[in-house]
Design a protein around this ligand. Structure first.
Ligand code: PMT
Length: 219
């Protein structure tokens, strides 16, 4: 129907900043609050979708959404890939750590006289993994950039084989990490970029999903 355009569709959303263990009491993470991803999950629900939210955030679980808490990038990937085959739209709003400590200490690391080094190794790229395995899925990624927004966003669109990249310029006051509002540019292959002016993350989320629905209908 027109007001529930995602009825019968399965939407998978990731949110929040992954946490990568250093030792039992310390981890590496980033500034993502999960607000953008949780807003997408709520907007997808309101458009009629069956929604699964894989979240590394501490925010409340949205009503009417199957929510699965995760911590690290590898945990997030494992949960997401389980559901991938039966999913119609995936939205990767999470800020996934590109690296994790190579060794996770099983005891609290003690102070020493010397400098302390933490060796990092690369995490899997969840979006790129899906890009390589997709059949019918429409893949939406985000790009958090501080400069050369268009160039970097388009690079990610191609490299990760996504159908859409939503770029937020996180150097702007009212956009990006831990804000209640966002301002984004939507990039898709063979389409002009679409600029969405500053509004609440919930409204931005709805605009992104409506744009994806338009593109899916054109396929
Ligand atoms: O959570 P909030 O406080 O509301 O903030 C929202 C946000 C700024 C975190 C969000 O809007 C956003 O931009 N998320 C992506 C942040 C990011 O760091 O993107 P990236 O440029 O590192 O990665 C590009 C895309 O690949 C993203 O969809 C990301 O989820 C995905 N990725 C990245 C690395 C990795 N190892 N696996 C991935 O799947």
């Amino acid at each position: 129907t027109t007001n529930l355009p995602l009825k019968g569709k399965k939407v998978l959303v990731s949110a929040g900043g992954t946490r990568e263990r250093i030792d039992p009491v310390r981890y590496l993470t980033n500034e993502s609050s999960g607000k953008m991803g949780h807003s997408i999950a709520e907007a997808a629900r309101d458009l009629g979708a069956k929604v699964t939210l894989v979240t590394a955030s501490k925010l409340e679980y949205p009503f009417g959404v199957e929510t699965i808490p995760v911590s690290s990038a590898r945990e997030m990937q494992e949960i997401i890939m389980k559901d991938f085959d039966t999913t119609d739209i995936v939205v990767m709003a999470a800020a996934v750590s590109d690296y994790r400590p190579k060794h996770q200490a099983d005891h609290k690391i003690k102070k020493t006289e010397d400098d302390l080094q933490i060796l990092l190794e690369e995490n899997p790229d969840i979006l790129a993994t899906m890009g390589n395995q997709k059949n019918k899925q429409f893949l939406i990624g985000f790009a958090a950039e501080t400069d050369r927004v268009e160039e970097y966003a388009k690079g990610k669109l191609i490299r990760k084989k996504a159908d859409m990249i939503v770029a937020n310029d996180v150097s702007k006051e009212h956009a990006g990490f831990n804000k209640d509002t966002n301002e984004v540019i939507i990039f898709q292959t063979n389409k002009n970029p679409i600029h969405i002016e500053t509004k609440s993350k919930k409204e931005v989320a709805k605009d992104i999903l409506l744009e994806a629905i338009k593109s899916i209908q054109q396929i």
